[in-house]
Design a protein around this ligand. Structure first.
Ligand code: FES
Length: 183
């Protein structure tokens, strides 16, 4: 089921959360819920669109969804916990996911993760202070022949070596600066 969800949507919008606080967003969440009124299994798409709106899924939003759908809060949080693309904490502009599936692990995925932890100075599940990068792990992105693999947002970076991690992160920072200069 996870594969059915668009990765970009699931990632959320890092910029949106700067603009909307949860109470302001409740009418918009109601609109989202309303648009899925007749849909079976609406909880996941509702959570997904709410995350798109806020950039993450704060407790207040989850409680609201639970009430409006008349679904136990434990069920809502169970779904959020089960799918790794849902986040209950604000995420950075770019989400880095390091594959620790078998093929990537044996080809150095863990060392790549360690290099990212050192370079970013954050742990797994955390976001850099400037909210630019979040670091997560995954279990097989279906690109085993390219192992070890790191996904940044929707882009798969293949055969990443620990000594190339810094360069890879710098590309994203440079690109962001360029976009800022042209904005
Ligand atoms: S194990 Fe990493 S992509 Fe399959």
């Amino acid at each position: 089921m996870a594969e059915m969800i668009d990765k970009k949507q699931a990632q959320g919008c890092a910029d949106c959360k700067e603009e909307l606080d949860v109470s302001e967003a409740l009418p918009l969440i109601d609109q989202i819920i309303g648009s899925f009124k007749t849909t079976k299994g609406a909880l996941i798409p509702i959570l997904q669109q709410t995350q798109n709106l806020l950039g993450y899924l704060p407790e207040e939003a989850l409680l609201h969804i639970s009430r409006e759908l008349d679904t136990p809060y434990s069920e809502v949080t169970g779904v959020v916990t089960f799918y790794s693309f849902f986040s209950t904490v604000p995420r950075g502009k770019h989400v880095i996911r390091v594959c620790l599936g078998t093929a990537c692990y044996v080809r150095g995925g863990k060392q790549v993760l360690d290099a990212l932890v050192r370079d970013l100075n954050i742990g797994v599940g955390e976001t850099t202070e400037d909210r630019f990068f979040s670091l997560e792990v995954g279990r097989c992105f279906g690109a085993c022949s390219l192992a070890p693999v790191v996904m940044i947002d929707e882009t798969v970076h293949q055969r990443i070596r620990p000594d190339k991690v810094h360069e890879l992160l710098a590309q994203y920072r440079d690109q962001d600066q360029e976009e800022g200069a042209h904005a």
